[in-house]
Design a binder for this molecule. Structure first.
Ligand code: SF4
Length: 446
């Protein structure tokens, strides 16, 4: 029947078809197909108190049956818009009921609770399953003026409405709850407008804490002033205080320098790294081998050149007849700089600021060892010793005399050799590396 021929009696509507047997009705056209979106919308709209809700839904259904298939997509259509407004209001009321129902224990009964609530719409049937899931282990009833819901621990049942006096006024838990609420109430964050929007005043009568609100709000200003006047409490430091770095003199040993460097905080690299990786070897070594910075394995073990690059270096030194134990091995920067990618820590070059910050440690090492020969592994190490404009590939493999009288030579870093593609390229890099270190072997006394 076209909607304009149907008269709806709103809440007086006992049944849609007046108790008639559907099968006995005059033959209807094929029932219109509707989307699940319409069913969800209709479910919400039917809970609204608007007496015109049935007429509205019937009109929508009729129009869809007449061929307006995408009707719900037209948000500006007057019927669609009205249905959305009603559904939104029901959803909001549903949300508030879930949030603001407060159960009170029934005196003289064990684990039995009753709540009084005054919803705006007919939502008890809609919301009751939520409470059945949440409070499955207790017996409860929710009373409203038009309908009640009961849960006995197994099944939901619905009955007629009640009056407020049917539910207990208060129970022992409520005074506990009020005490807790008064303690967590933060006057500095009070925003009455937001509070009223989130917790509309019509629901206040259901909430024990709202009895405290007028006083809490009234005193909020004074409490905020008192908090502001109170001496600030310093936040607890989460990073332990750095041990004071000892002041070193020229007479202090290499071990004393090593101990001081272990507490270094001169740049930020100490924070993510595990430990300072100081140089290692005899403190009267004739040769210092210097890389750029420790890698992942060095950071974990605390020793320089123990990872894959260190193993390649060891192999080449052994092939050239150089005993690693006679060398002092160190790095220009003493902490590992990396980028965390998942579980992996990927090497990152230190910045020039970090190299500068760390330079005093290298100077202290060189001052105490006083080497005759320094071999720089890689461009960054070479620039630290031989000057910022040093060009590794063009100037490597040549001894240079330093101001202090020692001679310095630069070559490739073994990790760079390992990064070359396997095969010809890596063999070529390895040959250059070995040739350069052969110059060191030649410079050593036989
Ligand atoms: S990298 Fe060097 S300067 Fe920076 S914290 Fe470590 S030891 Fe100190």
């Amino acid at each position: 029947m076209p909607p304009e021929t149907v008269e709806w009696n709103g809440d007086a509507q006992g049944s849609l078809i007046g108790g008639q047997d559907v099968a006995a009705l005059p033959a209807v056209r094929e029932a219109p197909r509707v989307s699940s979106d319409f069913m969800a919308l209709a479910n919400a709209v039917l809970c609204h108190r608007d007496p015109q809700r049935h007429a509205l839904l019937y009109r929508l259904l009729w129009r869809m049956g007449q061929g307006e298939r995408g009707l719900l997509d037209h948000a500006t259509d007057a019927d669609v818009h009205r249905a959305e407004v009603l559904a939104k209001s029901v959803r909001r009321d549903t949300h508030k009921m879930k949030a603001f129902v407060r159960f009170r224990e029934v005196p003289g009964e064990t684990e039995a609770f009753v709540a009084w609530f005054e919803p705006e719409h007919y939502i008890v049937d809609r919301v009751a399953p939520f409470f059945a899931r949440r409070f499955a282990g207790m017996r409860w009833a929710i009373l409203t003026p038009y309908r009640s819901a009961h849960w006995d621990g197994h099944a939901l049942a619905f009955g007629p409405g009640g009056v407020r006096a049917d539910a207990p006024e208060d129970d022992a838990r409520e005074s506990l709850w009020r005490t807790y609420y008064a303690n967590i109430f933060n006057p500095a964050r009070l925003n009455p407008t937001m509070m009223r929007s989130e917790m509309p005043q019509k629901y206040w009568k259901h909430l024990p804490e709202t009895q405290l609100l007028p006083e809490l709000i009234q005193n909020a200003g004074a409490r905020v002033r008192e908090m502001a006047e109170r001496a600030p409490e310093l936040p607890r430091r989460r990073i332990p205080e750095a041990p004071a770095e000892p002041v070193l003199t020229a007479d202090d040993s290499l071990d004393a320098v090593r101990a001081a460097a272990a507490a270094c905080r001169r740049c930020e690299l100490w924070q993510p790294a595990t430990r300072t990786v100081f140089g290692e070897g005899p403190d009267d070594a004739r040769v210092v081998l210097m890389g750029e910075q420790p890698g992942d394995e060095e950071d974990l073990s605390g020793r320089p050149f123990v990872g894959p690059a260190g193993k390649l270096l060891d192999r080449v030194l052994a092939e050239l007849g150089i005993d690693r134990r006679t060398l002092y091995l160190t790095n220009a920067v003493k902490h590992f700089r990396f980028e965390q990618r998942g579980k992996r820590r990927l090497h990152r070059n230190p910045t020039s600021t970090q190299v500068q910050a760390c330079r005093p440690w290298l100077q202290q090492e060189l001052a105490r060892i006083d080497p005759q020969l320094i071999v720089c592994l890689g461009a960054n190490a070479a620039r630290t010793v031989l000057g910022g404009d040093f060009q590794l590939m063009a100037q490597r493999g040549q001894w240079r005399v330093m101001a202090e009288g020692a001679r310095a030579l630069a070559t490739l870093h073994p990790s760079w050799v390992l990064r070359q593609p396997e095969g010809e390229a890596r063999q070529a890099a390895l040959a250059l590396f070995k040739n350069d270190l052969a110059l060191l072997a030649a410079a050593l006394p036989q």
